[in-house]
Structures are given as structure tokens and as C-alpha cells.
Design a protein around this ligand. Structure first.
Ligand SMILES: Cc1cc2nc3c(=O)[nH]c(=O)nc-3n(C[C@H](O)[C@H](O)[C@H](O)COP(=O)(O)OP(=O)(O)OC[C@H]3O[C@@H](n4cnc5c(N)ncnc54)[C@H](O)[C@@H]3O)c2cc1C
Length: 385
């Protein structure tokens, strides 16, 4: 058996996640998109089923799910509602920097509340003028006795305002570039922390995206994650693990669109027969399913590598594979959701049917955690080094 095949436990977890998604999340997806409100009830349902942050290790009170299990949960939630899948995905994004690099004290303090569903965790790397070139960030953290004082504005932060905790990357040694950046845990309740208005987005509207504004935020130096100057390294090492969760989100969105289109083409009749009888559409469906399954296998393979790397077995090709999975799955999701709209014809273009939402939601997976151009830069660098 190949070492990345899902086990019986993984398939049982998928059944559990799909049941919660079908019953509690899918019925809320269109309304969440329409109102642009964070779905607190969905968060509660995920917490009740212990699916909100499955990756947190057991020693910190979590379910201790492996990377593939986390992918499966995100896939199933995203199949119903992409915005809701950012609850388990961003809880992982915010906390992996701690799991990789933080002191035992920080892990003991911040991971258990996430595992218990009492707090969510966001990740704040990007700034208005530092996106693809994240190391060009300007947010500063200055040492003052045994505290750091943070000033700056982080942009595009997923679940900002809803999350209680933030991994914030800031410059501690100006002029030293990426080696002058350190990572910190910032709490929403810290004095001087505020949030910009919600960005008005094309998709994933139920997941708030806001600026995190830091004005003279004074935090104990013990809140630094790892050593001074290692923050950017931790930020990139985190993405090696979490780009796989964006791939999972893309797979879920694409699966939702394919499943909906498959049902529709069997019901819809033109020229006196179901449109599923037309070979032109059958070939489209076959291509959609083929692209999806290829991206899924790559993602599961990357997840298996991520799991080994998390447990002290560094994987040379993890950086390549996580970028490849994110890029392949998100490009596939964009194509598959666009084709799903096409298969529904004019109806697909309306908000009466879910596929236009899925197409809008798919677009973000080609942009965040590094655009797909940047994924190709990363892959090429790995190939040429
Ligand atoms: C909804 C949403 C949620 C987000 N959530 C988070 C979050 O939680 N935390 C966080 O830190 N960030 C988050 N981001 C930020 C996201 O990661 C950035 O938007 C992304 O990395 C791109 O940066 P940018 O928007 O500044 O685009 P730019 O870097 O300005 O890129 C513009 C264009 O130039 C291309 N480009 C840039 N450099 C190169 C190059 N070297 N070669 C080829 N092409 C290049 C890009 O691919 C893109 O097409 C989020 C963004 C969005 C929209």
C-alpha cells in the first residue's frame, strides 16, 4: 500500500465531516455569501463535532489529526461552503508557526483554547505594499526592556476581528531584510490592536478579511515565536504545510461544483432528452473529474510529506510539492467551477444555483498564500537549485 493512501479512519472522518457539512453548513452557504456575515452557527457546529481545528496535537488538548485528515475535513467543509472551510484552514495557518518554532510555554498557553473552540487564530504576514514580496514589510517591533512595542498595519488578514490570536511577523532588525524579521503572538485584547473595515470581496464573503492595525502594542518579549530574526523563516516553513490546506479548499469547492453539475445534467432536458446524453457535455464532465482527481492525489501526497516533516523527518521535496498541490488544485478548481457554470447554462449564471458562488470562491485559491505565479517561482527555484 502506498504510504499516502487514506486509511479506513480517514474515510470515517470524511463521512463524519460530510454529514456535518450537508446538515449544518450547506443550507447556510448561500445566505452567508449574501449577507457577508461570519457564520458563528457554523463555527459552533464545527466545534461541537470537533472539526474546527483538528490538527492541534493531543498534548495540547486537540484531536491530533494528521495532515491528510486535516485536508479531508477542509475538503468536505469547502464542498459545502468555501468561506466556512477557512475556519479549520486558518486555525491551522495561525498555529503552525507555534507548532514549528514556539517555546513550550507559548504552545501550552495558546494551543489549548484553539483546540477547545474558545479562540480562533489568524496569520498576519501581508501588508499593503508587501504581498508577494512579503519580506518588504514595514511593521516594526522594538525592544523596550523585557517587552516589544509593535507598530504597523497588516493587510488582508483572514478572520481578523473574529480571531482572538494572531501570529504577526514584524521587523526587529531594520536593514537585515528577511533575517531581520521576527514572529510574535498578538492578542485581540492587547491595547493598541484594532481592525479595518471588512474588505468587499468577490467571494469567500462569510470569512472576514480586514487590516490588523497595531498602534504601540506593548507585549512581553516571551511572546516572540522562536529566536529573534527567525520569523520570516518560520512564516515560509508554515506555508510549506498550509498551502496544502488551500489545495484542500480548492478540491472541496471543485467537488461541490462537479457534484452539483452531475445532478443537473441528468435532470435538465433539451432536444427531448437529458443534456447528460450529449457527448460534448460528457467529455466536459470527464475532464472535470480527471483534473480533480489528479489534483487530489498530488495534494494527498503532499499532505503525507507534511506529516512526516512535522514529526522530525524533513522532506526535501515538501516545498515543491506543497506549491505544486496548491497551484494544481486551485487552477483545477477555477476551470472546474467555470465549466460547472457552463453546464447549467443561463441558470448557472444566477444566484438561484450554487455554482456561480463556487466559481467566485474558487478564484481566491489562486491568489492567497502566494499567488500561483509565486508558486511557480517557488517550484522553479526548487528545480534549478
Ligand atoms: C481574501 C484574501 C485573504 C488573505 N488572507 C491573508 C492572511 O490571512 N494573511 C496574510 O498574511 N495574507 C493574506 N492575504 C494576502 C495574500 O497572500 C496576498 O494578496 C498575495 O500574496 C498577493 O499579494 P498582493 O495582493 O500584494 O499582490 P502583488 O504581490 O502585488 O501581485 C500582483 C501580481 O503580480 C504578480 N507577481 C508579483 N511578483 C511576481 C513575480 N516575482 N513573478 C511573477 N509574478 C509576480 C502576482 O502573481 C500578481 O498576479 C489574503 C489576500 C486575500 C485577497
Amino acid at each position: 500500500m502506498s504510504f499516502y493512501a487514506p486509511t479506513e479512519e480517514h474515510e470515517m472522518l470524511r463521512e463524519t465531516a460530510r454529514a456535518v457539512a450537508d446538515e449544518k453548513i450547506a443550507p447556510r452557504a448561500a445566505e452567508t455569501d449574501e449577507t457577508e456575515e461570519f457564520p458563528s452557527d457554523v463555527y459552533k457546529s464545527l466545534v461541537a463535532a470537533d472539526l474546527h481545528a483538528v490538527h492541534v496535537p493531543e498534548e495540547y488538548g486537540g484531536a491530533g489529526a494528521d495532515a491528510l485528515a486535516t485536508v479531508i475535513v477542509i475538503e468536505e467543509v469547502a464542498r459545502a461552503c468555501a468561506a466556512s472551510s477557512l475556519i479549520p484552514a486558518v486555525n491551522k495557518l495561525g498555529t503552525v508557526p507555534l507548532m514549528l518554532s514556539a517555546s513550550e510555554e507559548l504552545k501550552q498557553r495558546y494551543l489549548p483554547p484553539v483546540a477547545r473552540g474558545e479562540a480562533m487564530f489568524s496569520y498576519a504576514l501581508s501588508e499593503a505594499d508587501a504581498g508577494s514580496d512579503a519580506a518588504a514589510m514595514k511593521t516594526r517591533a522594538e525592544l523596550d526592556g523585557d517587552h516589544y512595542v509593535l507598530n504597523g498595519t497588516k493587510m488582508w488578514i483572514t478572520n481578523a476581528g473574529v480571531s482572538d490570536y494572531y501570529t504577526v511577523m514584524a521587523v526587529t532588525a531594520p536593514g537585515e531584510g528577511a533575517r531581520g524579521i521576527s514572529a510574535f503572538v498578538v492578542e485581540k485584547s492587547d491595547e493598541g490592536v484594532s481592525f479595518g473595515p471588512k474588505e468587499k470581496k468577490l467571494g469567500i464573503k462569510g470569512s472576514p478579511t480586514r487590516q490588523v492595525i497595531l498602534e504601540n502594542v506593548r507585549i512581553p518579549a516571551t511572546r516572540m515565536i522562536g529566536e529573534p530574526g527567525t520569523g520570516f523563516k518560520t512564516a515560509l516553513a508554515t506555508l510549506d504545510h498550509t498551502r496544502i490546506t488551500i489545495a484542500a479548499q480548492a478540491l472541496g469547492i471543485a467537488q461541490g461544483a462537479l457534484d452539483y453539475a452531475l445532478g443537473y445534467v441528468k435532470e435538465r432536458k433539451q432536444f427531448g432528452k437529458p443534456i447528460a446524453d450529449f457527448q460534448g457535455l460528457q467529455f466536459m464532465l470527464a475532464d472535470m473529474a480527471m483534473k480533480l482527481e489528479a489534483a487530489r492525489q498530488l495534494t494527498y501526497h503532499a499532505a503525507a510529506k507534511s506529516e512526516l516533516a512535522m514529526h522530525g523527518q524533513p522532506q526535501k521535496d515538501l516545498t515543491f510539492l506543497s506549491s505544486a498541490a496548491k497551484c494544481a488544485a486551485s487552477d483545477a478548481a477555477m476551470e472546474i467551477t467555470t465549466d460547472a457554470v457552463q453546464l447549467l447554462g443561463g441558470y448557472g449564471y444566477t444566484r438561484e444555483f450554487p455554482v456561480e458562488r463556487m466559481m467566485r470562491d474558487a478564484k481566491i485559491t489562486q491568489i492567497y498564500e502566494g499567488t500561483n505565479q509565486i508558486q511557480r517561482v517557488v517550484m522553479a527555484r526548487q528545480l534549478l537549485k
